[in-house]
Design a protein around this ligand. Structure first.
Ligand code: ATP
Ligand code: MG
Length: 758
């Protein structure tokens, strides 16, 4: 026990050893919140206050949950596999699997990820002949998820006008479609569990008395439904131990409500509020940068962070002329860090949005440096993987119409749009799934559809005694997917990914304890196993969801939920010592020796949409705070004058966040070589030399000498009229930021751009 506690400071120790009462640990980044939470679990178990089964811990990502389990098994001599540590979605999935009947779900219900959900909505709109310009599918998706996150079923959503009434009708129709197909979306996982527990009293009482301790990491990012869910789970005892940082609340756009912290304090009558102020992660300059930046936000609960680590290195800032040059600089700097002995996995390259990673990936690939991308296109989201998964889904639950439509004619087997339409009509007429409607189709269409059904059933029959990896292997062959990609020009990569799916299945059955030989389709045991049954006071039999996953689900069902819920990093890259690439959002909670924050430009970071949203810029600033505080020893920031994004060259100004950082903690680096790109016109090396000479002369010039001044209105051939907002440099090197209104802000070289005075 001494071992567990001796590395904690007095505030941390107090937090870890609090009595079983509601508690809020409010503290800044790197102050040991996650460490306190993990240590508390270990301490509670070690001191015999609770058995491992009495702990419910919620983390924000699967990765964080795994890390917590690893740390716990290092601290305690127990098997952590059965412990209830996971994300809200993961935990709800587990509960719904165990209580699928009470939750009115089929045993093999499947989970829609966001992409699946959107296509299910598109299909719904089409089947109802709804104008998808008037009712855009994406908006409907937000509408539905938003309602669910407030705990509202369609009949309880208030609509004040015809347009919204239509949305509500479509929400109801969507719910019917999902129920018919046996699928649930992410928000549904939570809502369904919430409803299950609030309606079923014996079940609720059972879990409330079972989970004596509920611990929540990253509490600032819980949404309203998650908060209600926690309240329900906590019941009377209310021993919820919440840790969070209001300055790191970065999911408001997804419904997270930082107000939950205040609500928690009030509604749970929190007596134990502990602040941690010592930062153990970052060196001084990095921490100063974070503190000074976040002080620009107005709505804060207020707390300080200090470090004993000394100033360390200043934050290095680089201005690139293009995104390509920026990527090359990142690589050069990373190489020198590695040469100094840094391990690659301790270097992170962060960006605001996924689209920015392409250029960096390309440069890393060319330089032959191993790297790993988190988020972005997840392994399980790749088209070929989705196809293979769809075959497996149909073998598990043939009524999943999304899966059916995805592969009924992929690879092509002569089933045309007309046949599908006929089938959809029949399914609608009888209120059944597409798969079930096949026998109602006659003629040529009927026989080719029938052949597809035979294919699925044949695969099921053929693999009924085989393990999951063997099943996946066979499905890749019999579906025709492998043959299809063999004939495709660039199919080799896809085949490689498909083979990775077999490895992923192998890894999965091992990790989840199914055993390598367990038949993939083997039915779950728990529903009948007497040992797991609990009879409540009023005689209702309850199956406790404590039963490990491998007893409530077949290996196939479990693997399919894993595919929807897991972040699914590129399996091929797993385990290597590689540079870490990710968005700032996915870096939450993590730490690295060295961090690069790239693309720090107006419109990109802060993101252009943030200007429109209420409090949007403050949220971006918190995001920047999260980014900065990931770094332990070295922090680099970069921005670029030009950037190709979504097929367009953008001319951006550097981010306003630079003006909010403490100058004494920064070191501005000047670019080594300048390649200016303006439109298609590339400047030659001679231009650079000429510029250099001119620049020397230009040092003497004042802004007026260039012939332009700030505030002046100008005309540009392509962008029309604009106003000069800023002028930098001088002579032939002078450039101006010009606001062209509709065309946005552009940075133009005054020597090149043919501007006219207005
Ligand atoms: P974030 O807000 O980013 O999630 P956090 O508050 O959860 O940060 P942790 O990740 O728990 O912080 O801790 C940050 C780092 O400081 C970790 O490397 C952790 O091991 C270390 N640390 C925490 N407390 C101590 C301590 N008392 N002594 C030494 N190191 C510590
Ligand atoms: Mg943490």
């Amino acid at each position: 026990m001494q071992n567990l506690l001796h590395n904690l400071n007095p505030e941390q120790l107090a937090a870890v050893t609090l009595p079983a009462q509601p508690a809020l640990i409010l503290a800044g980044a790197g102050s040991g919140k996650t460490r306190v939470l993990t240590t508390r679990i270990a301490w509670l178990i070690q001191t015999g206050q609770v058995s491992p089964a009495g702990i419910l811990a919620v983390t924000f990502t699967n990765k964080a949950a795994k890390e917590m389990l690893t740390r716990l098994s290092a601290m305690l001599p127990i098997n952590t596999r059965g412990m209830w540590i996971g994300t809200f979605h993961g935990l709800c999935n587990r509960l719904l699997r165990a209580h699928y009947r009470d939750a009115a779900l089929p045993q093999t219900f499947q989970i829609l990820d966001t992409q699946d959900q959107l296509s299910a909505i598109k299909r719904l709109l089409k089947s109802l002949n709804v104008d998808d310009e008037k009712y855009p599918p994406r908006n409907l998706m937000y509408f539905i998820n938003n309602a669910k996150e407030q705990g509202l079923r369609a009949q309880y959503v208030e609509a004040n006008d015809d347009y919204n009434r239509r949305f509500v009708e479509l929400y109801a129709a969507y719910e019917n479609q999902c129920q018919r197909e046996g699928v649930v979306d992410f928000a549904e996982l939570l809502l369904r569990t919430y409803e299950l527990l609030s309606r079923n009293e014996p079940l609720r009482r059972h879990y409330q008395s079972r989970f004596r301790h509920i611990l929540v990491d990253e509490f600032q990012d819980t949404n309203d439904l998650q908060y209600k869910w926690l309240k329900l789970m906590a019941g009377e005892h209310g021993a919820v131990f919440a840790v969070g940082d209001d300055d790191q609340s970065i999911y408001a756009f997804r419904g997270a409500n930082v107000g939950n912290m205040a609500a928690f304090e009030r509604e749970f009558h929190v007596q134990n509020l502990i602040k941690l102020e010592q930062n153990y992660r970052s060196h001084g300059h990095i921490l100063d940068a974070a503190n000074v930046l976040i002080a620009n936000n107005s709505k804060r609960l207020g707390k300080n962070l200090r470090t004993d680590a000394g100033h360390g290195e200043p934050v290095r800032i680089y201005e690139a002329s293009s995104d390509i040059q920026e990527a090359n600089w990142v690589i050069e700097e990373s190489k020198s860090l590695i040469a100094e002995g840094a391990s690659r996995s301790e270097i992170a390259i962060l960006y605001r949005s996924n689209a920015q990673s392409r250029v960096i990936e390309h440069a890393l690939f060319t330089a032959g440096i191993p790297y790993r991308v988190y988020g972005g296109q997840r392994f399980f989201e790749r088209a070929e993987i989705k196809h293979a998964i769809a075959y497996l889904q149909l073998m598990d639950n043939p009524h999943n119409d999304s899966a059916f439509l995805r592969v009924v004619n992929f690879p092509t087997r002569g089933i045309g749009a007309r046949s599908i339409e006929q089938l959809q009509d029949a399914a609608r007429q009888y209120g059944i799934s597409l798969y079930a409607a096949v026998p109602y189709i006659s003629g040529k269409a009927g026989s080719s559809l029938g052949a597809f059904v035979k294919l699925i059933e044949g695969a099921r029959f053929e693999t009924q005694h085989l393990s999951l990896p063997e099943m996946v292997q066979i499905v890749l062959e019999t579906s025709g997917l492998i043959a299809h990609y063999q004939n495709e020009k660039e199919g080799a990569d896809r085949i490689e990914n498909l083979e990775q799916l077999v490895s992923a299945a192998t890894l999965f059955v091992n990790e989840e304890g199914f055993g390598m030989d367990a038949p993939a389709l083997a039915g779950p045991k728990a529903q009948t196993s007497a040992g797991a049954a609990i009879v409540s006071e009023d005689g209702v039999e309850i199956i406790d969801a404590d039963t490990p996953l491998n007893e409530v689900m077949s290996p196939l069902s479990a693997f399919l939920s894993h595919a929807s819920l897991e972040a699914g990093d590129n399996q091929a890259q797993a385990g290597q010592d590689a540079l870490q690439l990710m968005t700032v959002h996915s870096a939450k909670g993590l730490e690295f020796d060295a961090v690069f924050i790239t693309g720090l430009e107006e419109g990109l970071f802060p993101h252009e949409n943030s200007e429109k949203a209420d409090g949007g810029v403050e949220e971006e600033r918190r995001l920047m705070y999260v980014a900065i505080t990931r770094a332990k020893k070295r922090l680099y920031m970069s921005f670029s004058q030009t950037r190709m994004l979504h097929g367009q060259t953008r001319y951006n100004m550097k981010s306003r966040f630079f003006d909010e950082l403490p100058e004494e903690s920064l070191k501005w680096l000047s670019p080594k070589v300048q390649h200016h790109w303006f439109g298609n016109q590339r400047r030659s090396a001679w231009d650079e030399v000429a510029d250099f000479e001119a620049n020397k002369v230009a040092q003497k010039f004042t802004k007026q000498d260039i012939g332009w001044r700030i505030g002046e209105t100008v005309f540009h051939q392509k962008f029309g009229e604009g106003v000069i907002v800023n002028i930098e440099g001088g002579g032939t090197n002078a450039r101006a930021n010009i606001n062209f209104g509709r065309h946005g802000m552009k940075l133009l070289d005054l020597g090149i751009a043919k501007l006219e005075k207005v």
